[in-house]
Design a protein. Structure first.
Length: 422
């Protein structure tokens, strides 16, 4: 006597999968259409897509216009990485079929995976036009824009879905809104969404987003609290460490900031950003030798780390180690790392060595990027003045004064130079 489907399922649940599958094959031979439909769903649950596919195709032969069957066939094809076949099934779903909206959402996902964003967007908009109050579509379009990084566009659709009481099957509508608001600079609005969403679902990326958003409004206590929660949950989430450091710096807890940098380096010993942060913190604590070592390590990992380079150049300038400045700038230029700040530091070093002509050339090169920097202009003017180019120096000083008219010493210097020209 043939077993019922419920009895076969019981055998499988008890762990005798092989026996259960053999029984399903026997059951399939005599099954009617409804029973075969149930079998398709069961095979999907068991992960036997090879068994589900021929059955659903058989049913479609009998009911070629049934949207639910076409959509099921497409979902099976998607799970089997047969996207083109899935698209073909979904395009067969009629506009008047109840499964049409679901089909359009699946099509949008598939087109997006294929890089056809405009087609994906059109499918979602066409479906929404047909059912403008369908929360699933509103949320789907909002989620589409969110995935694409078009955060401002995503917000109104996600908000409408929220007002209708929609929630994604896996949850996370609040976290999606939090991400969108944070990305558009509406940090205060984002915070309660992060709090509510994380109370429902702990997600590492959302935890990072919560801390980052708090940091943007200088709520350093909240930022440190959230980054520490993330660190406890996932210490290998390396991206958090520089931001936790910033939170501690905002709280003026420099020892904790340094400890965080070292903790981060224990997780990722090749993280040049953390070496740079550690160097800056060591410097703030008066440990110049250790700071220099940290900056050097950062540059050995990533010679393009501008912050590490300018930090160690500034340190050497203060220490009057002009040879080290020249060596580093020369090395960086030799490997193709160009930056106007390197020319500025190089010029300072050459000036201190009284190599005025080469110093002038370095300042002239840097000036293309720093003509709106009052400190650079005042510096440049003083070099020109020392070289005897009083008229050029006066022009540069005047440009600097336009940027900071409260600089009384500069105003006095300009007056003295103008008096001497009379």
């Amino acid at each position: 006597m043939q077993k019922s489907l419920e009895e076969i399922i019981q055998v499988i649940q008890e762990g005798d999968i092989e026996k259960g599958l053999k029984s399903l094959e026997q059951y399939e031979r005599k099954a009617d259409h409804q029973e075969k439909y149930d079998l398709v769903q069961l095979y999907e649950e068991l992960g036997r897509l090879d068994k589900a596919k021929p059955l659903i195709e058989e049913l479609i032969n009998y009911y070629p216009e049934e949207g639910e069957l076409l959509t099921m066939a497409a979902e099976i094809a998607i799970d089997m990485d047969e996207e083109d076949e899935a698209i073909e099934w979904l395009l067969e779903v009629d506009e008047e079929d109840e499964a049409f909206l679901r089909a359009q959402m699946l099509l949008a996902d598939l087109y997006q995976l294929q890089g056809l964003d405009e087609v994906a967007e059109k499918k979602l908009k066409d479906a929404l036009q047909k059912a403008p109050d369908e929360p699933v579509l509103l949320a789907g379009l909002g989620d589409y824009y969110l995935d694409r990084g078009d955060f401002a566009k995503s917000i109104p659709y996600l908000k409408q879905a929220e007002r209708m009481g929609f929630e994604f099957p896996e949850g996370g509508l609040d976290l999606r809104l939090a991400e969108a608001y944070s990305a558009t600079g509406e940090f205060e609005t984002a915070l309660p969404y992060y709090q509510k969403g994380l109370n429902e679902k702990a997600d590492p990326h959302a935890m990072f987003g919560y801390g980052y958003t708090a940091l943007q409004i200088e709520d350093y206590d909240l930022a440190a609290k959230e980054f520490n929660k993330l660190k406890e949950a996932d210490p290998d989430f390396v991206t958090l460490y520089p931001y936790l450091i910033r939170a501690y710096e905002g709280l003026e807890k420099y020892e904790l900031a340094l400890k965080t940098a070292e903790q981060g380096l224990s997780v990722d010993e090749y993280n040049d950003t953390l070496f740079t942060e550690a160097g800056k913190l060591q410097l703030s604590l008066g440990n110049e030798k250790v700071a220099e070592e940290r900056f050097r390590e950062a540059l050995s990992i990533n010679p393009g780390n501008q912050e590490a380079a300018t930090s160690v150049l500034a340190l050497w300038l203060e220490q009057e180690d002009f040879e080290a400045i020249e060596d580093l700038v020369t090395y960086l230029k030799d490997i193709g790392e160009e930056d106007a700040s390197f020319d500025w530091y190089h010029g300072k070093a050459l000036w201190e060595k009284e190599d005025f002509q080469n110093a002038f050339q370095a300042y002239e090169k840097a000036s293309a990027s720093f003509m709106d920097n009052e400190e650079f202009l005042e510096d440049y003017g003083k070099l020109l003045l020392e070289m005897g180019h009083r008229d050029q120096a006066l022009k540069i000083f005047k440009k600097a004064f336009l940027l900071d008219s409260s600089n009384e010493s500069l105003q006095l210097l300009i007056s003295e130079l103008e008096d001497n020209f009379l």
